[in-house]
Write a protein that binds this ligand. Sequence first.
Ligand SMILES: [Zn+2]
Length: 304
Amino acid sequence: MITRRTLIRNAAASSAALMLPQTVWANAAMTIGTMQIDTLSDGQLTLPPAMTFGDLPATELAPILQQYGIAPDQTLTPDCNVTLVRDGERTILFDVGAGPDFMSSAGKLAEAFDALGVSADEITHVVFTHAHPDHLWGLLDDFDDPVFPNATYLIGKAEWDYWINPNTVDTIDTGRTTFAVGAKRRLETLEDNITFFNDGEEIFPNIAARGTFGHTPGHMAFQLGAGTDSVMILGDCIGNHHVAFARPDWASGSDQDADLGIKTRTMLLDQLAAEQMHLIGFHLPYPGIGRAEKQGDNYVFVPA
Ligand SMILES: [Zn+2]
């Protein structure tokens, strides 16, 4: 069940002062069984278009971008949607946002918590989809202290093994060296407080991990609930609302293994559309909640 709730807009004056696009810290809520689900905005990424569109066939790409009102050479500012699940004694956060050290347009999660009236102290569990900066670096504050002091942490075993490996900084493509250094440093702070899980495991009642590898080696999505009353927290395995849906068979520049990313995205979209399951995408337009609908051979994102 989905209900759109409060929309809290930042005063134009304060966002102008920060030279940021107007930011919406709104939350939209849905419930599944006893689970209350909200998405919180961590702000936006600021990406050069080449990163997303650089290797795609220009003539086929143009009409798709036009359909979504995107110029091929414009800076992209995808939203970052962190998911909060409250269920009885558990208050679970899926990813922690970018924190203070990644991009000035992201790392706004504290403001979203304020808007929602939830305190970081209340988080009992943090679950990671993957360890890219915009999902992990919000773990620590400006002083390198933990932002969620009362939380225990969970991550897919393969994802942990990849980023904690001291060789990853040498084997990762050079454009992502800082990702490797930043992930290892932050994950090391969790070494005594982390639980691992694998594909298919039920990590909490009614929450199952789903191996969705390709974007990163151990990327995980999470299915909450079952049947028609369910939602999939996607993380980044379907990374935008335009080309990822319109041409899931195209390589994504943000996937570390592009071929595996295609396989994962195609399989997942097929299932999401067939079962009409709700989805929450980390980089889909805020609040990131909707469905995938089949359109010809491909798909469209339908916001909830
Ligand atoms: Zn991301």
